[in-house]
Design a protein around this ligand. Structure first.
Ligand SMILES: Cc1cc2nc3c(=O)[nH]c(=O)nc-3n(C[C@H](O)[C@H](O)[C@H](O)COP(=O)(O)O)c2cc1C
Length: 153
């Protein structure tokens, strides 16, 4: 969702611990997950695939997600994370800066955006021109701690 209405941006800022970029950045994008997307005419998601692929995958969607709220949520969050990263990379390639954010009250933001019950905010990406350098990184872990070869020991 792209939030352009100024009074709404101000209210979302209040629900985001008053972080200025929420109101002041050129664009506020709220990545919103539809947790039940898997059951909403799922044939749409494969309509351009070859028929045998459609016949295999469309029924598989129900099997994969039905009655599995954790899987539904994982998928929705994974998708929003990937979309957010793409937005950040594209914005950067166009000469803009971004701030990924989860520092906001999810329930309040959901209310302010009038989200349906089966939707949840995942994160924000603010896009604009930075007015100062980002703060120094808080604490980089060593490569050995974050990249595991083959198996945990
Ligand atoms: C999950 C997540 C949530 C974040 N939430 C906020 C936020 O609410 N406000 C903010 O100014 N920056 C937020 N940031 C951005 C960080 O403060 C920081 O600028 C950014 O992560 C720096 O990049 P690095 O993680 O690669 O060091 C968040 C970053 C991540 C990964």
């Amino acid at each position: 969702m792209v939030v352009t209405a100024k009074p709404l941006r101000q209210k979302i800022r209040e629900a985001s611990w008053n972080q200025a970029q929420v109101e002041e950045a050129s664009i506020l994008i709220v990545l919103v997950a539809d947790l039940m997307a898997w059951e909403k005419e799922p044939a749409r998601y494969w309509k351009d695939a070859p028929k045998p692929v459609q016949d295999y995958l469309v029924p598989a969607i129900n099997q994969y997600y039905n009655d599995k709220p954790q899987v539904q949520r994982d998928e929705a969050m994974r998708s929003c994370g990937m979309a957010a990263m793409n937005l950040m990379l594209v914005a950067k390639s166009m000469g803009y800066d971004t701030c990924p954010m989860d520092g906001f009250d999810f329930d309040k933001v959901a209310k302010l955006l009038n989200l349906p019950d089966d939707h949840t905010p995942a994160m924000f990406v603010c896009v604009g021109k930075a007015i100062k350098e980002a703060m120094p990184r808080g604490g980089q872990l060593t490569i050995n701690e974050v990249a595991i070869r083959n198996q945990f020991k």
